[in-house]
Write a protein that binds this ligand. Structure first.
Ligand code: CTP
Length: 396
């Protein structure tokens, strides 16, 4: 995912420095070229050899290291960097960068770098809340630096509060968001529905389906990584929600319908990947069930066809539906494409290995009015990327 990318990690003197070793390792596993620059104080918390072993690159500490290669190291690294993250960033180094002080390898290199620059402050809560530190952070934001909000929790100094460096996985997500994809969806508003809907029969029982939301979340994540402004309307699932997207949680088809209607007018692309329950009980807390124990006959009615209704509100939105079929997949999907006035439908054959609910892979045939593209069996992430590529192609 990060192949060919040069990532510079700046490590300063904070106990959280040891966590950056895990980040360096995770980035390396994603095939990035990782370079670490430490302040002298950071070397009191973690040894440069740790980073050198993990990254395969020399860990830079002192600007005046005589053991350098031909190029002026801080300038050449600054030029090559696709992203520069300072994590953990101490109050001292934040203050130096914000005020134009460049007196060591880290601060000189970041001053020479033109790539996106991220700062992850890590310090005691009182230090973090100190107005001088806050002013410095505001100044950095003004100059285009991104500040990663510190987490709250138990701090190494014994206090509890804001100031913890986020976990390496979170920092990794920030880096991926910045550089993993071209921002070809920048300025595009994407609305994704995901997961199952749940129709309550009574306070205990409900109708639902096996949807885990994985396909919808993968679509939302890929759109977000490509720079889109993403909203996900999701039914209840145990799957981790994607980061950096707006998540609206709903329960029933009716609630999903209302949220889709609220958001649709300001949407550019709607992807309806939710598995909407087709039926709901006509009367909740069915009296018959209560009176006659054992009599489970239920009077059901169809849930509102969300896409069918949305097509009436359509102006210039691109609408992509999904279909789950067990037989006549192409024929049935084509009918749905027409009936629901869709621009595209992604057909899943539930009987094919590696497709459908729960699994991490999918096999999808993408159908538009004039074309049919069979996407190969792949991870839901890759399938999502391919679907969004096709959507982009068709929107042009
Ligand atoms: N869908 C919807 N509203 C519903 C049911 C489904 O908007 N009440 C959407 C789904 O999110 C999907 C598409 O319609 O994008 C096709 O869903 P599917 O369940 O295959 O279609 P149905 O119209 O419900 O037809 P079927 O009778 O095959 O279930």
């Amino acid at each position: 995912m990060l192949k060919g990318k040069t990532i510079v990690l700046g490590v300063t003197g904070s106990i959280a420095a040891y966590k950056t070793a895990n980040l360096a390792s995770a980035l390396k596993k994603k095939n990035a070229d990782v370079h670490v620059i430490m302040t002298k104080n950071a070397t009191n918390f973690i040894n440069p050899i740790t980073f050198e072993s993990l990254t395969g690159n020399k860990c830079l500490v002192d600007t005046f290291d005589r053991n350098f290669e031909f190029q002026v190291e801080h300038v050449s690294l600054a030029q090559r960097a696709d992203i520069f993250l300072v994590a953990p960033a101490s109050a001292n180094v934040i203050g130096k960068i914000a005020n134009g002080i460049a007196d060591d390898m880290l601060t000189t290199t970041i001053m020479a770098a033109k790539c996106p620059k991220l700062i992850s402050p890590a310090m005691n809560t009182n230090m973090f809340e100190n107005p001088i530190v806050q002013d410095n952070l505001t100044k950095l934001k003004h100059y285009g630096y991104q500040i990663i909000d510190p987490a709250e929790g138990y701090l190494a100094c014994g206090d509890t509060g804001k100031g913890k460096m986020p976990e390496p996985e979170v920092l990794l997500e920030h880096i991926i968001k910045e550089i993993a994809f071209e921002k070809d969806l920048k300025g595009t508003k994407v609305l994704v529905t995901a997961g199952p809907t749940m129709e309550r029969l009574d306070p205990v029982r409900y109708i639902t389906n096996h949807s885990t939301g994985k396909m919808g979340y993968a679509l939302a994540k890929n759109a977000m990584l490509r720079g889109a402004d993403v909203t996900v309307i999701t039914g209840k699932t145990a799957t981790a929600k994607p980061n950096f997207v707006k998540v609206i949680e709903i329960e029933s088809a009716q609630e999903m319908f209302e949220e889709v209607c609220n958001n649709f007018p300001q949407t550019d692309v709607l992807i309806m990947s939710a598995a909407v329950a087709d039926y709901r009980p006509k009367n909740q807390a069915n009296e018959k069930m209560k009176k006659k124990e054992g009599d489970l006959s239920l009077e059901l009615e169809r849930t509102k066809d969300i896409l069918g209704t949305i097509s009436e509100m359509k102006t210039n939105q691109f609408v992509c539906g999904f279909s789950m079929e067990t037989e006549n997949m192409i024929e049935n999907s084509k009918k749905k494409l027409e009936k629901k006035k869709l621009d595209m439908i992604c057909a899943n054959n539930l009987k094919v290995d590696g497709a459908g609910f729960g699994v991490d892979t999918n096999v999808v045939t993408v159908i538009t009015k004039n074309e049919m593209v069979e996407l190969p069996l792949d991870s839901k992430e890759k399938v999502a990327e391919n679907i969004l590529n096709l959507i982009q192609e068709k929107r042009k």
